[in-house]
Design a protein around this ligand. Structure first.
Ligand SMILES: Cc1cc2nc3c(=O)[nH]c(=O)nc-3n(C[C@H](O)[C@H](O)[C@H](O)COP(=O)(O)O)c2cc1C
Length: 298
């Protein structure tokens, strides 16, 4: 009911670990795979090691998480062993990368391919890193060039992860060379400590994730599905089987799970898979792909 193929890659289920959660090391990715994930996306990796911002970098809200980690990562030269370790789990491992221009993205993508990653995910969407992520991911010409150049230089599939903090359809169209689109990254947001009279996060602004952004993600998937003929991987607030089904009905062909790992523990992949299957059986569906895009009203 849940196995499928996307861009030539075989997945046992459509529930893929999203970038940035328990995925900086091969060991933690293996743990997530043991708990039922259909695939894993690594933490976004850049050219050089980065420490990220000073604390506080994560702030828990009643309805989600606000984070500005600052793309902390060990750097691409130190990352080969983590990919090799994660691959022992036997499911697709997708290498997430971030750069400041097409040349950097191409370098990083080639390295990920050399390390054995099954696909690369281009982070064109982090809302809190100066010179990276959303700053370049809102520029159509740059997005077009980066995706085209990466695609030209590697053989593995290329996924473009798009920010919701702009017109998603405009950027999705610019990423025309991508094999799949990933929608959405976090929503740019902030919180203020009224006693301290200052922003909570050291970076002031951060990215909002979790249940509160689900309607934004569902809307983004729905809008892009109508305009772009490419598989969409839906992400943003998926916490239960019903959330997963909502994204499928909007037009997603696969899903990613991030903040729900904090909310329901690493077993969340088993829980969501079981809840999806129960819902499909009750409603007479034999495979999840029958649900893709069925809520589209023309
Ligand atoms: C703590 C944290 C770190 C994240 N780091 C990354 C990252 O390095 N690269 C990236 O593309 N997205 C990153 N994200 C965004 C997630 O991959 C995902 O797009 C977003 O959180 C929405 O999904 P969710 O509501 O299921 O968490 C991060 C999210 C969180 C909460």
């Amino acid at each position: 009911m849940l196995s499928f193929t996307l861009n030539g890659l075989k997945f046992r289920n459509p529930l893929i670990l999203a970038s940035g959660i328990l995925d900086e090391s091969g060991e933690t990715m293996l743990k997530v795979i043991e708990h039922g994930a259909g695939g894993v996306v690594t933490k976004s990796i850049g050219i050089q090691e980065r420490e990220g911002y000073e604390n506080p970098v994560v702030y828990e809200l009643p309805y989600g998480l606000l984070n500005a980690i600052g793309l902390a990562n060990p750097g691409i030269e130190n990352y080969g062993e983590e990919i090799r370790k994660a691959k022992e789990g036997g499911v697709p491992v997708i290498g997430s990368i971030f750069g400041g221009n097409a040349e950097e993205f191409v370098y990083l993508a080639r390295k990920m391919e050399e390390y054995g990653a099954d696909a690369v995910e281009l982070n064109l969407s982090c809302p809190h890193a100066r010179g990276y992520g959303m700053e370049i991911g809102t520029d159509e010409a740059l997005v077009e060039e980066i995706v085209r150049e990466v695609k030209r230089n590697i053989k593995i599939p290329v996924w473009a992860k798009i920010t919701p903090n702009t017109d998603v359809v405009r950027i999705a169209k610019a990423a025309e060379s991508a094999d799949s689109l990933v929608l959405i990254n976090t929503v740019k947001a902030m919180a203020i400590d009224i006693e301290a009279k200052m922003p909570v996060l050291s970076n002031k602004f951060g990215g909002l994730s979790g249940p509160c952004i689900k309607p934004i993600g569902v809307r983004a998937v729905y809008e892009v599905y109508r305009e772009v003929e490419k598989p969409i991987i839906g992400v943003g607030g998926i916490t239960t089987g019903k959330d997963a089904i909502e994204y499928l009905m909007a037009g997603a062909s696969a899903l990613q799970i991030g903040t729900a790992v904090y909310l329901r523990g690493v077993e969340v992949f088993f829980h969501i898979a079981n809840e999806m299957v129960a819902w499909m059986k009750k409603h007479g569906y034999s495979h999840f792909t029958e649900l893709v895009g069925i809520a589209q009203v023309r």
